[in-house]
Design a protein around this ligand. Structure first.
Ligand SMILES: C[S@@+](CC[C@H](N)C(=O)[O-])C[C@H]1O[C@@H](n2cnc3c(N)ncnc32)[C@H](O)[C@@H]1O
Length: 200
């Protein structure tokens, strides 16, 4: 049976230049705290975390990368903001918590095992990618192990309000998740989403 694919390029993200993210990091902006309930949601929907491979795509200053490491994952944080990565490394790194400088729009970052990642996290990142649906398809087809999962956090735009950069509408989220098996929790204007590839 063929996978159900969303039609290509229906959903466009709004990229921001790395220099802007550098400035955010310099100013100490820390939006979207990581809550206890968020971690419970992730832990509830993942298993066998110890020694599994996780990639924190768009890791920023590494807040979530460090949480993943504490859960037992071997973590690679990926970002294209040089200053964010410096600040992430300043909090510690090692063989099981490393950071790579790469643009997520440029394909699989070198150094990641093809078809070898158990969990890909993109926390408040996909709305900034030019083609979020296609990026997720690439993650599914090239990054993930067969049993791999994706964890997304996406700010939801308010009804009747202009969509802010970095937000998606509820309809966008439906498009984004189409073709995946989905667990979703909406809270405080954020969608927290676990995606698993549908088995044929
Ligand atoms: C809103 S921040 C979120 C940071 C982190 N995920 C968190 O939850 O704290 C978005 C991050 O995505 C990174 N980013 C956005 N587009 C990217 C791209 N094309 N390649 C690599 N990193 C990107 C930015 O540099 C920034 O650090």
């Amino acid at each position: 049976m063929q996978r159900e694919e969303p039609s290509a390029s229906t959903l466009q993200g709004r990229p921001i230049k790395p220099a802007v993210w550098d400035a955010w990091a310099r100013e100490g902006r820390r939006p979207f705290d990581i809550g206890v309930e968020e971690m419970r949601f992730l832990v509830h929907h993942t298993s066998d975390r110890y020694g599994q491979i996780a990639v924190d795509a768009g890791c920023g200053i590494g807040r979530f990368s460090r949480r993943l490491r504490r859960l037992g994952y071997h973590v690679t944080g990926v970002d294209y903001s040089v200053l964010s990565l410096q600040l992430a490394r300043a909090e510690g790194y090692g063989p099981h918590l490393r950071y790579l400088h790469a643009d997520l729009e440029d394909g699989v970052p070198s150094g990641l095992p093809l078809h070898g990642v158990d969990l890909v996290v993109a926390r408040t990142v996909v709305p900034f990618l030019t083609k979020p649906v296609e990026w997720l398809q690439q993650v599914r087809d090239l990054w993930l192990t067969p049993a791999g999962q994706v964890y997304l956090v996406v700010p939801i735009g308010r009804e009747q309000q202009p969509l802010q950069t970095g937000q998606m509408t509820r309809a966008d989220l439906e498009t984004l998740c189409s073709g995946w098996q989905v667990e979703r929790r909406d809270t405080g204007g954020l969608a927290q989403i676990i995606l698993r590839p549908r088995t044929p």
